[in-house]
Design a protein around this ligand. Structure first.
Ligand code: G6P
Length: 481
């Protein structure tokens, strides 16, 4: 098979560029998407693509980019930066993407803000991506577009490249039509027809796929056969691809010497106390407030645990220039201060709270020291933290409490599943988690590990790209050689 060029497109380039007085450094960042794709391309996908190009917003000026890229560009990809005026970026990213699509698609319709300036900037930003890509792509390339920032992009590229192979994957939930329909009609059309520019449209779960199909049916009056839509003389496939993690990376990290050393310190601090752990970005979708309320109820109902349990709560700063995010921080800070000061004592602080990033080794040390991981999103497209926690437990111990509103709950059925709005249930499950027999912990973790290791990142990316090729082959009526 002739090798193709692969374009990966996401809002952000997976790079961290730092400038000090007289120095610019650039390194690859470590998000879920970059690690998923890189792992696949270095492993089973190695022979399929001749060149890998990643396009996205670099988060620096053109001048800094030129210096950084010439001197320090990491080798795995060629990077195609998309520069935008800061006002436009603000309206597209903080505005339409994160103050309308994000809350709405996560079932927070009352948080959604509708401004035509947001929508115009969103379309304009997508056009900037399309213009830059149009100078580079050729009909025979593969293009893989990611996430809600870029819903109309496939349609824009399709106008210029009728034969281009385009895949689109959504990393957040796709809501039911009852939610989607609150978007102004013309915007609904632009979003859906834009997505239909792709040949393969992927979601984390079958529920999100079927919501998308019914939105197409209702808003565009276009039918489907359960998985395929005929649109502008093309057969488009819609399917579920639950994203995963690099299972071996997390599983093997248990024995990493740095992780072992950190774990030793944590175990010393923990002594005979039970450790509850959670980590997420600061986001109203993550259910942090209910989680804290559930923990408080647990403490109030179980005084015998006072002084014998610690909740390590790590919150990673995120989108803090958006009001709803900044407000959330205040609410969480106040709740924790209040709980620690009213239930805690001079010798015991019930919650240890960190509002900062965690590095990989610290993260694994916490995953593998804690007794219970408490993950309670009100809505989550997938939730990779739950999969990382399970994978890192090489000792086959530990209990996962997981919200049934996370996409991951469909696969991690041996977790203690909770409704994140039921704080009494959260409290009960914390107790049940602390008191679970070792044998049962092992059985549950083992079953979940088997499932995650079978469909890991390699399988996810490989599955998506091979289905994309098949769909294109069927469309073109012959095998692409
Ligand atoms: C979610 C989205 C990603 C996004 C990430 C971090 O997981 O699906 O597309 O990159 O959050 O958010 P940020 O706004 O910081 O890129």
């Amino acid at each position: 098979m002739m090798k193709k060029r692969l374009f990966i497109i996401s809002n952000r380039l997976p790079l961290t560029i730092e400038t000090t007085d007289n120095n610019v450094t650039m390194r690859q960042s470590s998000g879920g998407l970059i690690s998923a794709i890189t792992t696949y391309l270095k492993g089973s996908g190695k022979e399929f693509f001749s060149e890998k190009i990643w396009a996205g917003v670099p988060g620096c000026t053109e001048k800094i980019w030129d210096i950084a890229n010439n001197e320090h560009s990491p080798a795995d990809y060629n990077y195609l930066p998309v520069f935008m005026k800061s006002k436009m970026y603000e309206l597209y990213y903080n505005g339409f993407s994160n103050s309308l699509l994000w809350p709405l698609f996560h079932y927070f319709p009352s948080f959604a803000e509708y401004h035509s300036s947001y929508f115009d900037a969103y379309m304009e930003a997508n056009r900037s991506f399309a213009d830059i890509l149009s100078k580079q792509v050729r009909n025979e390339d593969f293009v893989w577009i990611h996430d809600y920032h870029l819903l109309p992009l496939a349609g824009m590229l399709r106008e210029k490249f009728p034969k281009l192979t385009i895949g689109f994957f959504l990393h957040i939930p796709f809501p039911s039509y009852e939610i989607f329909r609150v978007i102004p009609k013309q915007w609904q059309r632009e979003i859906l027809t834009g997505m239909l520019g792709a040949d393969l449209i992927g979601f984390h779960t079958v529920d999100y796929s079927s919501h998308f199909l019914s939105c197409v049916e209702m808003a565009l009056k276009t039918g489907h056969d359960g998985q395929h839509i005929s649109w502008e003389n093309r057969q488009i496939k819609v399917d579920a691809f639950p994203i995963s993690i690099d299972f071996d990376l997390f599983n093997n990290a248990y024995d990493n010497t740095k992780v072992e050393a950190i774990r030793k310190t944590y175990l010393k601090l923990k002594k005979d106390k039970k450790l509850l752990f959670s980590v997420d970005r600061l986001d109203y979708t993550k259910g942090l407030y209910n989680r804290l309320k559930g923990f408080k109820k647990f403490l109030l109902a179980n005084p015998e645990y006072h002084g014998k349990v610690v909740f390590a709560l790590v919150v990673v700063p995120s989108r803090d220039s958006i009001r709803k995010y900044a407000e959330r921080k205040k609410i969480i800070d106040e709740f924790i201060g209040n709980l620690n000061s009213t239930l805690g004592t001079i010798n015991w602080q019930p919650i240890i709270y960190q509002y900062n990033h965690l590095d990989f080794e610290q993260l694994i040390a916490l995953y593998t020291t804690c007794d219970v991981a408490l993950i309670t999103p009100l809505r989550d497209g997938m939730n990779l933290v739950s999969k990382e926690f399970v994978a890192s437990r090489k000792d086959k111990q530990g209990v996962l409490i997981l919200s049934e509103m996370a996409g991951a709950a469909r696969e991690l059925t041996e977790a203690l599943l909770i409704n994140p709005n039921d704080t009494d249930e959260i409290a009960e499950m914390i107790k049940q988690g602390f008191e679970m027999e070792k044998k049962e912990q092992e059985e549950r973790i083992t079953a979940m590990q088997e499932r995650i290791s079978r469909y890991d990142v390699n399988a996810w990316a490989g599955d998506f790209l091979s289905q994309l090729k098949e769909v294109k082959d069927v469309q073109l009526g012959f095998e692409i050689k």
